[in-house]
Design a binder for this molecule. Structure first.
Ligand code: 6CS
Ligand code: FE
Length: 298
């Protein structure tokens, strides 16, 4: 298969995106006006939906995250990523497969309607995780494009995936909320350096390979700015797989917990990794467990 987005070589390249951000059928149809929300998504590479989920629902989603955290400390599995290897729980993966509550939320029409409209295809869950960023000691996520990693290490061919981040706690400017560079989704920035063996064991704690060089991030941030949506628990950020993003650590007394679901177009299923020796495990990147999610009957 052609590699439209070469990465992890000796030089940093900037490649113009070859894939639509919002499906051609909507964008290319001059008669149909792109709904304002999707217009914004296409332009910025993300969309903020304040308090999409009401408090009662968000509380039960947060309770489930706390239950999984306690359970994971009692019986550790590969799906659990801890700070520094044995510290606080940083992330738990594949939660749509281990939790009934989260399996249901991945099928929620409030998310699926938007995602399937954006991608113009049936979708399945490529990755799911909870990111805990505990009070006082939550660590940062350095700048990256998710697609760069998914392409290089998982073999995702094209930019046809959407990430959904649901805040289970309020996001303040101070507790390490998601930061995004609007418009960055239009350019693929390749990353320098060959992927090490079993890279995920380190990258999920602290990512070094698969992050663009700082000159490039500086240039992008000066030109385009940095946005950081904040709001109550239950708020959602929908973002394109190539939007440059990251987040600061959390030294406040207020934890920042979020549920992260990645939807991929079924036509964009994984092939061999484009820049790694072997694919990452199924709990990080779905290859066999492909369940097409039901669209709402209209
Ligand atoms: O590895 C992944 O799939 C995701 N996690 C990290 C820390 N970086 C790339 C991507 O967002
Ligand atoms: Fe990311």
């Amino acid at each position: 298969m052609d590699d439209l987005y070469p990465t992890r070589g000796d030089y940093a390249l900037e490649i113009e995106r070859a894939d639509p951000i919002v499906q051609e059928a909507i964008r290319g149809n001059p008669g149909a006006e792109l709904p304002a929300k999707l217009e914004r998504y296409a332009k910025d590479g993300f969309l903020f939906l304040p308090e999409l989920f009401p408090a009662a629902e968000t509380e039960s989603l947060l309770a489930e995250a706390e239950r999984l955290r306690a359970e994971s400390l009692a019986s550790p599995t590969a799906e659990i990523i801890r700070e520094g290897g044995d510290g606080d729980v940083r992330s738990i993966f594949a939660i749509h497969r281990t939790s009934k509550t989260y399996a249901e939320i991945t099928r929620d029409p409030r998310l699926l309607d938007l995602v399937t409209t954006i991608l113009g295809d049936d979708v399945y869950v490529h990755q799911s995780r909870i990111n805990y960023k505990p009070a006082f000691c939550g660590r940062e996520f350095f700048w990256h494009s998710d697609f760069e990693t998914w392409h290089a290490e998982d073999g995702m061919p094209r930019m046809r995936a959407v990430s959904v981040s649901i805040s289970l706690t309020p996001s303040y400017a101070t507790n390490g909320p998601l930061m995004l560079i609007p418009g960055s989704q239009d350019t693929f920035v390749s990353c320098v350096g060959e992927t090490p063996e079993d890279h995920y064991k380190k990258s999920l704690v602290k990512q070094v390979y698969g992050t663009p060089d700082i000159e490039c991030i500086t240039k992008m941030a000066i030109r385009r700015g940095i946005k950081s949506p904040t709001g109550g628990a239950g708020s959602v950020v929908l973002f394109d797989c190539n939007t440059m993003h990251g987040s600061n650590g959390n030294i406040t007394p207020f934890p920042r917990t979020n549920l992260f679901i990645v939807y991929n177009a079924v036509s964009n299923q994984l092939v061999k990794p484009f820049a790694a020796n072997k694919p990452r495990p199924e709990f990080i990147a779905a290859r066999e467990h492909i369940e097409i999610l039901p669209k709402r009957k209209s």
